[in-house]
Design a protein around this ligand. Structure first.
Ligand SMILES: Cc1cc2nc3c(=O)[nH]c(=O)nc-3n(C[C@H](O)[C@H](O)[C@H](O)COP(=O)(O)OP(=O)(O)OC[C@H]3O[C@@H](n4cnc5c(N)ncnc54)[C@H](O)[C@@H]3O)c2cc1C
Length: 287
C-alpha cells in the first residue's frame, strides 16, 4: 500500500475545508469496506484520507423529521436493516441492507458509503431509488440536496463536487401505501457483488417503480404509471410489453467476470417478475 496522510476531523467544517483544499488528492473514509481494498490494490492512491467517524454532526443515527426519514452518513447496514422506522416505512431497504456482504461487512459498511462508492451493483441503490431518496451533501457552498437519480454518473463517479461529502440520505415517508421487494442474484453470498440487483415498488394507485443495477454503468430507475403491472386482471402479454420497455435501458458489460450479458438480461426479467409479484402481495397484505 502506498503511504498517505490520515485526518480525523472533529467537525464537518474541517472535513469540508480539507476536501476542498486537497480536491482529487483526498478521499473520504467511512466504513472502509470499499476504500481500504482499493488502497491495498493500488487502484486508488490518495495523498490524504479523511475519516468521518469522529465528526459530531455525522454521528450514526436514523430519525424521523418533517415527514422524512433521515439516515446519517455514518449509519451502518446492520443498523439500517434492524431499524423499526426503516422496517415500517421502507422494508425493501431493510431487506437490501440485510444482504450486503457478511455480518462483519454490515457492521462496518455505511449506507452512504454504498451510494458514494457508486458501484452499479450497490444493493441499496435500487430500493433507495424506488423510495425516491435524496442525498444530502455538505460542501464549501453549504448544504445541497441531490435526488438520488441525479447522483450516479457511472461506476465510481457521482455528481458530488470538489469539497463535498454526503452527510445524510433522506427518504420521504410515502403518502400512499407501497408494497415493495428487493431481490438479487449473486454467485457467492457474503463474498461477491450482485450479478443483478433489483427492487420493485407498487403503490395503491397502481404506480410501479422499478430500479435495477449491475446491468450497466449505473443503477437505473424506471416508472410505469399505466397501472397495468399492478393490475392482477391485466393480460400477461400487456404486462410483458411494459416490462420490456422498463428493461430497455439495461446494458450489461460483455467484459464482466461475474456473468454474461445474456445471463444478466435473462435474470433481470426473472427477478423483475418475482419482485413485482411479492410487491403486489405485500401491498395487499398491508406490509
Ligand atoms: C467482502 C465484501 C462483500 C461485499 N458485499 C457487498 C454486497 O453484497 N452488496 C453491496 O452493495 N456491497 C457490497 N460490498 C461493498 C461495500 O461493503 C459497500 O459498498 C459499503 O456499503 C461501502 O460503505 P463503507 O462505509 O465501507 O464505504 P468506504 O469504503 O469507506 O467508502 C466507499 C467510497 O465512498 C466514499 N465515501 C464514503 N462515505 C462518503 C461520504 N459520506 N461522502 C462522500 N464520499 C463518501 C469513499 O471515499 C469511497 O470512495 C462488499 C464489500 C466486501 C469487501
Amino acid at each position: 500500500m502506498h503511504t498517505f496522510a490520515y485526518a480525523r476531523p472533529a467537525t464537518l467544517a474541517e472535513a469540508v475545508a480539507l476536501l476542498a483544499d486537497r480536491g482529487p488528492d483526498a478521499r473520504v473514509l467511512a466504513g472502509g469496506t470499499d476504500l481500504i481494498i482499493r488502497l491495498r490494490d493500488g487502484t486508488l492512491a490518495p495523498a490524504i484520507v479523511v475519516d468521518l467517524k469522529r465528526i459530531a454532526e455525522l454521528r450514526p443515527g436514523i430519525r424521523e423529521e418533517e415527514g422524512r426519514l433521515v439516515i446519517s452518513a455514518t449509519t451502518v447496514m446492520t443498523d439500517v436493516a434492524a431499524d423499526p422506522l426503516v422496517g415500517r416505512h421502507f422494508p425493501a431497504l431493510a431487506e437490501a441492507a440485510a444482504v450486503v456482504g457478511s455480518v462483519q461487512i454490515r457492521n462496518r459498511a455505511t449506507l452512504a458509503g454504498n451510494i458514494c462508492n457508486a458501484s452499479p451493483a450497490a444493493d441499496t441503490a435500487p430500493p433507495l431509488l424506488v423510495y425516491d431518496a435524496t442525498v444530502v451533501a455538505a460542501g464549501p457552498g453549504g448544504p445541497r440536496r441531490i435526488p438520488l437519480d441525479d447522483f450516479f454518473v457511472r461506476s465510481g463517479v457521482t455528481t458530488l463536487a470538489r469539497g463535498e461529502l454526503v452527510t445524510a440520505i433522506e427518504l420521504p415517508i410515502p403518502a400512499r401505501r407501497i408494497g415493495a421487494a428487493h431481490v438479487r442474484r449473486t454467485r457467492r453470498r457474503g463474498h461477491d457483488l450482485a450479478s443483478v440487483t433489483l427492487c420493485c415498488g407498487v403503490d395503491e394507485a397502481g404506480l410501479t417503480r422499478l430500479a435495477y443495477g449491475s446491468v450497466g454503468p449505473r443503477p437505473i430507475l424506471v416508472v410505469d404509471d399505466s397501472g397495468l403491472l399492478a393490475d392482477p386482471a391485466a393480460p400477461a402479454a400487456a404486462k410483458a410489453a411494459v416490462f420490456e420497455r422498463m428493461f430497455a435501458a439495461a446494458r450489461p458489460s460483455p467484459r464482466s467476470m461475474r456473468a454474461s450479458p445474456a445471463y444478466r438480461l435473462a435474470m433481470l426479467r426473472v427477478l423483475g417478475r418475482r419482485a413485482l409479484a411479492t410487491a403486489i402481495e405485500r401491498l395487499a397484505a398491508g406490509e
